[in-house]
Ligand binder design. Structure first.
Ligand SMILES: Cc1ncc(COP(=O)(O)O)c(C=O)c1O
Length: 394
């Protein structure tokens, strides 16, 4: 069986407009693509690794500076690159959570946060969402009280998603962090959908940890991400090894326990670094991204029966819609059934919508131009009209 990658398959990226909900902000810049080729060898960044032997001290290429820049970018004191946001969650949970400890997450937390808790032996407790699918500070306070009463001690860690993966909603992070700190609970901000797309200032939000995903939101190869923290918490989560070989007496320098020594090498790190100047600049254009998202959403809302499930007005480009009473009505009788929508979009060069999804689905307009947004908007309206749905101004 053939196992070499079919490079032509990637035409899907080059030739189409991709509104996939999770891929939008992770697509590589041209500079990242060049870096990926140049630094393809596994140890390509290690040629100039000198004492102290650790990734974040390497000066050529400027990895040390990149770490400082990353911390500043998210308004924190220290940062490390990690193989995906999930490894950031794991490092923090590994530091604070012992077997049986209560941990607070939310009803909209990503599964990788739960697994980080499970991996450390913790017991997860969710803060409920309100009727608008927002996680509120008063619900957090109530849940912390309940969990504290039931467990006989306060939770040891709280995870809050800056923007959740289901609705793309923003939550009451600052207020929740304030509540958690009232109980001495450290707070981890999951910025998988925000770090690299919109401005994020961890200190201003009052959180202890900011975690971002390189391949989701920083135009970087997978798996990559960032874990940033305050100077105080850095001593805990970035603690160095104390262990010794019992026969040889060997020690292991300043390798960090939660980082397993060194983290991203070669392609992932250099891709992330090459995109970083673009990523740092693009967060200032967040308003333009929101405006493009509105163009597409307004078109969808003009199709009678379509309901927006995400908060309005939109504060993120990831949006969930319910088209059970619009596009799904067509699916009932169309010869392609539910596949008619993705198929019609694909014919117009629009990809990323799950084939067959005509009830509740998500899309993300991040990174498309205004002209492309107008094109996508017109495409949805055209497909609706061709299939007999009425279109009215929202
Ligand atoms: C909200 C959210 N958090 C965390 C993750 C995990 O990110 P990563 O793949 O960088 O570990 C994802 C991605 O799947 C996500 O959607």
């Amino acid at each position: 069986m053939k196992c070499t990658p079919d490079i032509d398959l990637r035409d899907v990226e080059e030739m189409n407009i991709n509104i996939d909900p999770i891929q939008a902000a992770g697509r590589l810049t041209a500079d990242a693509m060049k870096a990926v080729i140049a630094y393809g060898d596994g140890y390509s960044v290690c040629d100039n690794c000198r004492k102290p032997f650790r990734l974040d001290y390497i000066e050529k290429p400027p990895i040390a500076t990149f770490h400082d820049d990353l911390a500043a970018f998210v308004g924190m004191d220290e940062a490390r690159v990690v193989p995906g946001a999930r490894r950031g969650f794991q490092a923090v949970a590994g530091t604070y959570v012992q077997k049986g400890d209560p941990v607070v997450l939310t009803a909209l937390s990503h599964y990788t946060e739960f697994i980080a808790v499970e991996n450390a032996g913790g017991v997860p407790h969710e803060i409920p969402k309100d009727e608008n699918n927002i996680i509120r500070a008063d619900a957090a306070a109530e849940r912390i009280e309940e969990v504290t009463r039931a467990s006989g001690r306060p939770p040891v860690l709280l995870f809050i998603d800056h923007v959740d993966y289901q609705f793309g909603n923003l939550h009451e992070v600052q207020e929740i962090a304030r509540v958690a700190h009232g109980y001495d609970i450290p707070v981890l901000l999951n910025g998988a959908y925000t770090v690299g797309t919109m401005p994020v200032d961890g200190k201003a939000l009052g959180v202890d940890f900011v975690v971002g995903s390189g391949h989701k939101s920083m135009a970087a190869p997978a798996p990559s991400g960032v874990l940033a923290t305050t100077a105080e918490r850095a001593e805990e989560v970035f603690r160095t090894t104390q262990i010794k070989g019992d026969l040889t007496g060997r020690t292991f320098g300043i390798k960090e326990v939660e980082m397993m020594g060194c983290t991203l090498m070669g392609v992932t790190l250099m891709g992330m670094m090459a995109s970083f100047p673009h990523v740092r600049a693009r967060v200032d254009r967040w308003d333009e991204e929101l405006a493009n998202g509105r163009i597409v959403l307004d078109a969808l809302r003009s199709i009678e029966g379509t309901v927006v499930k995400s908060e309005m007005p939109r504060r993120h480009t990831l949006t969930r819609v319910d088209t059970s009473a619009s596009f799904d009505l067509i699916a009932e009788t169309h010869k392609k059934r539910g596949f008619f929508l993705s198929s019609a979009l694909n014919k117009k060069g629009i990809v990323g919508v799950i084939p067959g999804a005509t009830k509740v689905w998500k899309f993300n307009t991040y990174g498309i131009s205004r002209a492309q947004a107008e094109y996508v908007a017109a495409a949805y309206i055209e497909i609706a009209e061709e299939n007999g749905l009425s279109v009215v101004s929202p």
